[in-house]
Write a protein that binds this ligand. Structure first.
Ligand code: FES
Length: 111
């Protein structure tokens, strides 16, 4: 008798310019990356919030995203639209940490 195989997917870490911001919670999957970044006071511009205008276009330094809806805005291979995606794996975004609620271990560095 064979036992069922359990497959665990590691929760992605979201980084800002190499600094860890948060451990993605799959229960957040109903929320977009943009909404989660905003909840952490990350400075990011947005307009349509539906993948149409491209205003939230963000450079991805490392990792990949999964789109919840297919974006209409054109993107380079190293860009994503946080308004309509979630992390697919560890994700390092080219966004400043300035003003963001970074984890406590990093607060002294930015105080
Ligand atoms: S805010 Fe318009 S594409 Fe993201």
């Amino acid at each position: 008798m064979s036992s069922p195989t359990l497959i665990f997917k590691k929760r992605p870490i979201v980084y800002l310019q190499g600094e860890p911001l948060l451990l993605w919670n799959w229960q957040q999957e109903q929320q977009t990356l943009l909404e989660i970044l905003e909840s952490k006071h990350v400075r990011i511009f947005s307009e349509c919030r539906s993948g149409f205008c491209g205003a939230c276009r963000t450079k991805v330094r490392q990792g990949s995203v999964k789109y919840l809806i297919e974006p209409l805005a054109e993107l380079a291979a190293d860009e994503c639209l946080p308004c309509c995606c979630i992390p697919n794996e560890d994700l390092d975004l080219d966004i400043t940490t300035e003003g963001a609620d970074m984890p406590p271990v990093y607060q002294d560095k930015y105080a």
